[in-house]
Design a protein around this ligand. Structure first.
Ligand code: PMP
Length: 373
């Protein structure tokens, strides 16, 4: 029954070049990686790895229950305090992923009395949060501050959230945060900024909200993932203490989910300590991203993500395969993972890449793109 149901769908995907396949990654692979999000190269840093190992020894292999039962360890509390202090907020609440952090904050503040104004390019987790929130949703053109203002001003709802990313995850461009925070304030709305690609990358690591001096401002809330620059897993919502309290009581993706694994907390905490102690690391990401963008003839990135448009989905996969054959792993993004429908290679710059590695990567990518285009 299932095969009759699904076979035509699989065939349709295959014929349009959009089938996705999992490719297990062996340990200790010797490749130049421009596909993963380990922006600071901390996933294999001994300080981070040893912190995770020590946490497993101290707390065991899992969190044992949801955060409100036994799933909150001292490490969770320490991580929340450290993340809030680092990024400049009053309080933080850790979720077991960035996806669930976004679901949590939007659904806990959403509902019939809250309008959600969402940039058309936001991540799937914010799109799904809008669907779950039981709010009216207005999707506005990408980075269009005027459209945000109009949607907010015309609303009947007493409350409103504006949903954006600080650095967009596929195109790699930045949101106009100062203008968005101003328009939100003028219209008594809360600006929610997903800093998944800002933490550890922009604003010397503290993110774009801190760089724009908006951290700690009451109507600005930040979400982050711990899975990219912090080389771990998990997510966090940062903002006023009163918001943290509300989420503990109302965010279903917090209340009904097993707490973040203590080992992941320890790894994120250790990575954050490295980032604080070695603040030069984010600058190396920008240097690498600028070199990649220049070599590929695309605009510079606001963060680590360099986006290279391709003629179509098949060419994208072929170019990525060619790169892999030549020792360079790149991301291949096709619909529905591309907000503008344009398939592309997605290159993520990492702080640890040597000049020689970057040069080799640029040569391999440029030649692969030329060959398939
Ligand atoms: N927001 C953005 C912008 C992301 O890129 C991602 C991760 N791909 C997430 C949220 C989700 O974070 P996580 O992987 O921790 O669930």
């Amino acid at each position: 029954m299932l095969s009759e149901w699904l076979a035509p769908r699989a065939a349709a995907l295959e014929s349009s070049g959009l089938t996705r396949r999992l490719r297990p990654r062996p340990a200790g692979e010797d490749l130049i990686d421009l596909a993963g999000n380990d922006y600071l190269g901390l996933a294999s840093d001994p300080r981070v790895v040893e912190a995770a190992v020590a946490a497993v020894r101290a707390w065991g292999s899992g969190a044992t229950a949801s955060r409100l039962v036994t799933g909150t360890t001292e490490l969770h509390a320490e991580l929340e305090t450290a993340l809030a202090a680092y990024a400049g907020h009053e309080a933080g609440l850790v979720f077991s992923s960035g996806y669930l952090a976004n679901l949590g904050v939007v659904t806990a503040l959403g509902g019939p009395g809250t309008l959600l104004v969402s940039d058309e390019h936001v991540h799937a987790s914010l799109v799904d949060a809008c669907r779950l929130a039981r709010s009216r949703v207005e999707i506005v053109p990408h980075n269009d501050v005027e459209a945000v203002g109009k949607a907010l001003a015309d609303r009947g709802e007493p409350h409103a959230l504006v949903l954006v990313e600080s650095v967009y995850s596929v195109l790699g461009d930045a949101a106009p945060l100062t203008a968005l925070a101003d328009i939100a304030q003028q219209n008594r709305a809360v600006l929610v900024v997903d800093e998944a690609h800002g933490l550890g990358v922009t604003g010397d690591g503290r993110g774009s909200v801190a760089a724009a001096e908006l951290a700690g401002v009451e109507h600005v809330v930040v979400t982050m993932t711990l899975s990219k620059a912090l080389a771990s897993q998990g997510g966090v919502v940062l903002g006023p203490g009163v918001l943290r309290e509300h989420l503990v009581n109302r965010a279903r993706s917090f209340i009904f989910d097993t707490g973040l694994n203590p080992a992941a907390c320890a790894a994120a905490l250790a990575a954050l300590q490295v980032l604080e102690a070695e603040p030069h690391r984010p600058a190396a990401i920008h240097t690498a991203a600028a070199k990649l963008a220049a070599a590929c003839g695309v605009p510079p990135s606001a963060g680590a993500v360099v986006s290279v448009p391709m003629p179509g989905p098949r060419e994208t996969v072929q170019a990525a395969e060619l790169c892999l054959t030549n020792g360079v792993r790149v991301g291949s993004f096709r619909p529905p993972s591309v907000p503008d429908g344009v398939s592309r290679l997605r290159l993520t710059a990492h702080a640890g890449l040597s000049d020689a590695e970057l040069e080799r990567a640029c040569a391999v990518i440029v030649s692969a793109v030329k060959e398939v285009s």
